[in-house]
Design a protein around this ligand. Sequence first.
Ligand code: NCD
Length: 310
Amino acid sequence: MTNLKGKDILHGNQFSKKDIEAIIKVTSNFEKELKKKDSLTLLKGKILATLFYEPSTRTRLSFETAMQRLGGGVISMGSVESSSVAKGETLMDTVRTVSQYADVIVIRHPRTGSAREAADAVPIPVINAGDGTGQHPTQALLDIYTIQKELGSLKNLTISMIGDLKNGRTVHALAELLSLFKIRLYFVSPSSLRMPEEIINHLKQKGIEIEETEDMLKASNASNLIYMTRIQKERFTDLSKYEKLKGSYIINEEFLKKLKKKMTILHPLPRVDEITPEVDTYSGAAYFRQVRNGVFVRMALLSMVFGRTP
Ligand code: NCD
């Protein structure tokens, strides 16, 4: 069994294929367990702290749900405005303080690399729930779990990642994880929002076939799965540029009609206008099932970090 005990979860590239397989297995067990029981007692007595310096709905609530379903407790800093961050406290001082109360910290922060800095400053495990435009490894793990579940396998797939590939931390982490499998990737984005060179080079070194294009339909029709993303408005210093780019790629009923076969569609959410609500009833639209998987995956990760898997 993979040893995540006492480890930080910071980056997509920290996992091996064996790790992923182990996480999928533990996740799937928890998914089955929760069909039988509402909650477990594996993490009774442990406390998780959530420190979110950026907005979140799914990541924070699913971590809190996961911890509570495992019988553990949760404390939360709440919004930045309601904490000592508003008085000017540094990130390091805040995480050092919180490590005196909690057994694990889940952190989201606008600066790339901040989760690693936090992890270096405290003795308890730190889980990166998004560091600026950097990484979002637990989202990528739930994406992988969802892909495996929806398509039955992670082998020989072609996946189109569409949207803001420059600023989207979920696609950065997911691309790293997918590179462990024999996979082909289409990166579909406006030219100013391409996947960072550093990630492309790393994937190519690992022998992953990549095609960059602006043509969403062509890429989608050559793929088994579409991973749609939001244009990350909060990363633009010039909002007029965002206004020009938003709406670059939209999945709507008209687009679905042009697809040659049934397509699985994922999105980390929140969506803005890139998937219209009429698509939600399409059988391949898996993004709300993906949301649910987030709880199971985070239960698996927490139980593994504490070395208390069933
Ligand atoms: C993503 C994020 O915060 O990076 N959301 C999430 O965690 N599910 C994606 C996004 O905000 O676009």
